[in-house]
Ligand binder design. Structure first.
Ligand code: HEM
Length: 138
């Protein structure tokens, strides 16, 4: 969702910017839903929460998602964004968004560390993620 939304934003224009916002909103809900599902699963099996580095990164990134979403929705929306002409805010959103997507690629790769032991398998999983990270930086 985020990557497709990013690509629409790169195309530019009023409609594409709104589509970027909507896709980013749905992507944010998916991320929050995923964290909630894992949290509930741990609750149900009486396991402690956020003990691994991977889960802690996920919480930090969720925080960044909330900030970017609020920033985009309230500040940059083409219809009502109250700081939509502010270059610094736009630049922070632009680069913060790209950093988030790269961070999410790393988070997915990091998630394999406990479940995939074979280095070649990890590389096979990580290489497309590295390419995706390079794509979002373009
Ligand atoms: C978690 C939610 C969001 C993420 C991760 C995100 C991510 C991004 C990224 C990566 C870019 C750079 C796109 C490029 O390469 O051209 C960008 C730009 C932009 N986004 Fe978002 N975005 C989010 C929410 C929103 C929302 C809700 C809006 C409102 C419509 C919005 C409006 C914009 C605008 C106007 C830009 C252009 C900023 C500039 O470069 O001048 N974003 N966003």
């Amino acid at each position: 969702m985020f990557v497709i939304g990013k690509l629409y934003k790169t195309l530019g224009g009023y409609e594409n910017t709104k589509l970027h916002g909507n896709l980013s909103f749905v992507g944010s809900l998916c991320c929050a839903g995923g964290v909630w599902a894992i949290y509930q699963n741990k609750e149900n099996s009486s396991k402690p929460h956020f003990t691994s580095q991977h889960s802690q990164y996920a919480v930090y990134l969720l925080g960044v998602i909330v900030l970017l979403l609020l920033n985009g929705l309230l500040g940059l929306h083409p219809d009502w964004g109250f700081v939509k002409a502010n270059k610094l805010v736009r630049s922070l959103h632009h680069w913060g968004g790209k950093a988030l997507l790269v961070g999410m690629c790393y988070l997915c790769y990091d998630g394999t560390s406990k479940v995939v032991r074979d280095d070649q398998m990890r590389l096979a999983f990580g290489a497309p993620l590295a390419m995706l990270a390079a794509l979002v930086l373009a």
